[in-house]
Design a protein around this ligand. Structure first.
Ligand SMILES: NC(=O)c1ccc[n+]([C@@H]2O[C@H](COP(=O)([O-])OP(=O)(O)OC[C@H]3O[C@@H](n4cnc5c(N)ncnc54)[C@H](O)[C@@H]3O)[C@@H](O)[C@H]2O)c1
Length: 458
């Protein structure tokens, strides 16, 4: 059976690491092992320089590491030892063959399932932590239970809802936890074990149980709805710019309707992150598979609107700067896909930077946490991009600043000092609408926000 009180998590990424640290913290009677095939990542988890930046994470890890939380590369022995196995490997979009560009690439998941099967000699509970298309658990259960060892695997779905940047807060006090299982005797027993784990710190009323398919689909749907709100307000931002309305005022007015609510209504350069686009494309692929083309088109338009928004942002930059940016220095303030993370996956900043570089601009990137990842994203432009931790230095002699991540630290910079060090005329493109626009205009900047009138000295 493996040790009843040993939990394993396969995949020590943005989800596996923080989630297991919290489970270990709240369940001191359990031993929690997190494994990964990437030994550099594991070394970092065992050091003071964790592989991901997340406020509060280091403190939680300090509390439990080497007590009841262990990071290791020993996948094989850990599989043998554990009774409960969370799988939190990456599930990127498939970039080949059928479903290319839309379907989930399940090769990491399936490899993991086969490895679990090979190494197990007792029944285990397998928990999908990764975000997966509906019916994946069923397929995995079929692979796992096709064994001749007489052992049974219960495959459950327990998708993660943490948001990067607030992961610890989200894990400590989640809106809800979903646990889906088969509604058989053994499935319900396994479900109960996972519910117990979470109920050591989360109220029972927040732990929602259902069948596996509902849980899987709930995660995809939640991400699609969140992304849809961003695309919706961004579409209105475009209309505001044409009509003279102010998207901030419109969002406030709309968000005060208690049926709508104020969250996720900030116009911006667009959403990024490793999940939204991938999960919507999963949904689109599933809909097409079932012949629901209208439904698929509807959700696909959320991604299209996002692409339109970032494209619009770059075109605005180009147009404002007299249709030529060749040889002009442009400072990008922020490269992470959102504040309080170093994660740059699918960040709109990647698209903006590439477009500006193709226009022969001199791009300088500053970010408090994401410069190393930015270098990886822009590897093909090695030597043509400058990376600069200090925003004052980054802006020196620049023609323009583009704010691409809503880092708090950018709100309180000495913009007078920055303005004085820049080329004139001086532009600031606020892709997050977080800076004090009027103050910047009074200093001398031409301020181009999203969805509201520009403040121009011309
Ligand atoms: N990042 C988020 O904010 C977030 C939030 C909710 C859900 N999710 C979902 O969680 C899953 C993981 O996301 P992530 O951001 O943590 O990904 P990640 O890429 O940061 O981490 C995945 C890890 O799995 C490891 N891995 C892959 N195959 C392995 C194997 N066979 N054995 C051991 N390790 C293996 C990789 O080396 C990597 O370190 C995805 O399905 C994602 O959609 C992510």
């Amino acid at each position: 059976m493996g040790n009843e009180k040993t939990i394993l998590c396969i995949g020590a990424g943005y989800v596996g690491g923080p989630t297991m640290a919290m489970i270990a913290l709240k369940n001191p009677d359990y031993k929690v092992i997190v494994v990964d095939i990437n030994s550099k990542r594991i070394d970092a988890w065992n050091s003071e320089e964790l592989p991901i930046y997340e406020p509060g994470l280091l403190e939680v890890v300090h509390n439990v590491r080497d007590k009841n939380l262990f990071f290791s590369t020993d996948v094989e022995n850990s599989i043998k030892e554990a009774h409960i196995i969370f799988v939190s490997v990456n599930t990127p979009t498939k970039m080949f063959g059928y479903g290319e560009g839309y379907a989930a690439d399940l090769q990491y998941w399936e490899k993991t399932a086969r490895q679990i099967l090979k190494l197990s000699d007792a029944s285990k509970i397998i928990v999908e932590k990764s975000t997966l298309p509906v019916k994946t658990a069923e397929a995995m259960e079929r692979i796992l239970n096709s064994n001749e060892k007489g052992i049974i695997f219960d495959v459950l779905s327990n998708p993660e809802f943490l948001a990067e940047g607030t992961a610890i807060k989200d894990l400590e006090d989640p809106d809800r936890v979903l646990v889906g299982s088969r509604e058989t005797e053994s499935g319900l027993r396994a479900r109960n074990k996972i519910v117990q784990l979470y109920s050591s710190w989360i109220g029972k009323e927040k732990i929602l149980t259902s069948n596996v398919w509902s849980t899987e689909l709930s995660k995809l749907t939640a991400n699609a709805f969140l992304a849809q709100r961003i695309s919706s307000i961004n579409s209105i931002a475009a209309l505001c710019e044409e009509t003279g309305a102010n998207v901030h005022e419109v969002a406030h007015a709309v968000g005060t309707d208690s049926r709508i609510g104020p969250k996720f209504l900030n116009a911006s350069v667009g959403f990024g992150g490793s999940c939204f686009k991938k999960d919507i494309f999963n949904l689109v692929y599933l809909c097409r598979h079932y012949g629901l083309d209208e439904v698929a088109d509807y959700w696909e338009s959320v991604v299209k609107m996002n692409e339109y928004q970032v494209e619009r942002f770059v075109l605005k930059m180009l147009k404002s700067m007299f249709n030529t940016i060749a040889g002009k220095k442009i400072a990008l303030f922020g490269f992470a896909f959102k504040a309080n993370t170093g994660d740059t996956r699918e960040s709109p900043a990647i698209y903006v930077a590439k477009k500006l570089l193709n226009e022969m601009a001199n791009v300088v990137i500053t970010d408090p946490k994401a410069l190393e990842n930015a270098k990886i994203e822009l590897k093909e432009f090695d030597g043509n991009v400058e990376y600069c931790p200090d925003p004052y230095e980054a802006a020196k002699n620049a023609h323009a600043i583009a704010v691409l991540t809503e880092w708090e630290c950018y709100k309180s910079l000495d913009y007078k000092k920055i303005f004085e060090s820049m080329e004139k005329p001086t532009f600031i493109f606020d892709g997050r609408n977080t800076l004090p626009h009027k103050d910047l205009f009074e200093i001398g900047f031409n301020v181009i926000p999203l969805g509201m009138p520009e403040l121009s000295h011309f």
